[in-house]
Design a protein around this ligand. Structure first.
Ligand code: SF4
Ligand code: SF4
Ligand code: SF4
Length: 197
């Protein structure tokens, strides 16, 4: 019989394997900061306390392509101050991780606001889902999978013609990825450019 620890480890491993692989530097920074903020802010150190809200805002702007060099500079200042002024290991560790992300991926971060592009297609405001009509067989699987009624189209049936082709209604799409996961033809694609309503 499995012990509680073994069960917890198995569940954690299953969760980890189910988690999407993250390649985008902005998404890595957001995840790093979100993990840090899971615990209540203790407020003992000035840089961490004052910088937390600012970091969240900056990362949000980066994700949406509405950031600037000044924002990156602000992040650098906050992480440098946290590295110096944090009393706990967690505060220093998160600052160290953010600092490394900034140093190693500057070009990629800048591309988000200069070109409005997430090279890894992971920042939702900068991508959109589309259906490739050449690959779509009109099976209707995506229609059933979408919880947001964001797909329009008619399932193909034998001996009938004049179908409405499958397409994504961008205004409704939450970019949840369910349609892409279920499509047997690989006809749902993610492209750069944000939603076109
Ligand atoms: S760095 Fe650590 S000790 Fe300081 S405010 Fe943040 S969480 Fe608290
Ligand atoms: S699941 Fe794929 S092949 Fe089927 S209708 Fe949707 S896009 Fe087309
Ligand atoms: S990404 Fe999600 S919300 Fe958007 S069309 Fe596909 S299933 Fe619907």
């Amino acid at each position: 019989m499995s012990t509680v620890n073994e069960v917890e480890k198995t569940e954690a491993a299953a969760e980890a394997s189910a988690a999407p692989v993250m390649n985008c530097a902005v998404q890595k920074a957001i995840k790093t900061w979100a993990d840090f903020q899971v615990d209540k802010m203790c407020g003992k150190c000035h840089p961490c306390m004052m910088g937390s809200f600012e970091v969240l805002n900056i990362l949000g702007r980066l994700e949406g392509g509405a950031s600037s060099d000044a924002d990156i500079r602000r992040l650098e200042i906050i992480t440098a101050e946290m590295l110096l002024g944090s009393r706990c290991k967690k505060g220093k560790d998160v600052a160290q991780t953010l600092d490394e992300i900034l140093k190693k991926n500057r070009d990629e971060l800048v591309e988000h606001f200069e070109k409005g592009r997430c090279v890894h297609l992971e920042c939702k405001p900068l991508i959109r889902y589309e259906i490739d009509a050449d690959k779509c067989t009109m099976c209707g699987e995506c229609l059933l999978a979408c919880k947001f009624a964001a797909i329009a189209g008619q399932k193909r049936s034998l001996y009938a013609s004049g179908y409405m082709p499958f397409r994504i209604r961008q205004a409704r799409c939450t970019k949840c990825d369910a349609c892409r996961e279920i499509c047997p033809e690989g006809a749902v694609t993610i492209i750069s450019g944000g939603a076109r309503n």
